[in-house]
Design a protein around this ligand. Sequence first.
Ligand SMILES: Cc1ncc(COP(=O)(O)O)c(C=O)c1O
Length: 383
Amino acid sequence: MNQHLRGDPIPFIDIAAQRRRLGRAVDEAVARVLAHCQFINGPEVAELEAALAAFCGAKHVVACASGTDALLMVLMAKGVGRGDAVLCPSFTFCATGEVVALTGAVPVFVDVDEASFNIDAASLKRGIATARRLGLKPRGIIPVDLFGQSADHDAIGAVAAAEGLFVLDDAAQAFGASYKGRRLGGFGVITATSFFPAKPLGCFGDGGAIFTDDAGFAELLRSVRVHGQGSDKYDNVRIGLTARLDTVQAAVLIEKLKIFEDEIAARNKVAERYAQGLGNVVTVPCLASGATSVWAQYTIRLPEGTDRDGFASALKAQGIPTAVYYPKSMHQQTAYRDFPVADGGLAVSERLSSDVISLPMHAYLDEPTQERIIKAVRGYFSV
Ligand SMILES: Cc1ncc(COP(=O)(O)O)c(C=O)c1O
């Protein structure tokens, strides 16, 4: 149903429209699980892992309970802990740095690039030096493919190789995006994603997955996923978690993955229309060379001096929701402000936190509804 009639509230993400498109497919897939009753580690879990691997080109996929668990499991499998430092961008969702702190290691926050919102390689190098100066042992880098756009993996990989660090790509928002023609998760870098319902590929609850080309590491992750099991689940050879993906969620994802490619194309069309309609009014997101996006968010920057709350209220009054990701960068959050930041500071992250705002974005945003959003944004700036 179009939401282009004046005043009708527009959903920020239209999960119901996707439900309508999928028809009975998801319901029937869930019903099959309810019938076979293998709610834990049922056949759909392995089927999904194989389908995800085929989709992105990864050799091994380990499904798990959430994007946060996906990140944490990798750090646990890498043996990250006290005295270690892991570098991550500050302009991200809190889970990126949270998992580092959970292991007892220290997240060292680095700045992002003003155009792509993704990790800035120069700040990353400064962050590594900062960690060493503080007596910490840099172990790894967690780049984030923010808002759905791939980070600059060549630049990050070069720093990691020079410094002997592992890379754990936080693609929670970006599964389906590609870097230099290859899908995230499919070019050898250990990659974690989330299937939270609002993500480009979301399930009907919590879910996540890890992608790796290393068979031994995948086995380690499978052990961490179930209490550090060894030869069987009552043989505990390491500290682990309960981090399995429910069979029901796997069944949902198998069906959703079948239309994902088409949804990615639709999201890109929506992004193009926004760029055309708003490019001369606000700063619209731009794709870095070699990177594609699945547009988890369509995040614009408002002209200097704009009252962001006033802008959001004006759109809200016209039935148009907006959201601010993220009003504070991680190093500005109460829980994280005592952790170190890269020498030179994080000026870009701080600026972005004060001027970004995200517009409705999903694969089912029809043209008339989008016109209404574009008109409202332009109207606010009287153009
Ligand atoms: C960048 C990033 N990392 C990690 C996560 C954590 O994923 P989950 O909510 O599935 O635990 C999210 C989820 O919002 C995210 O956006």
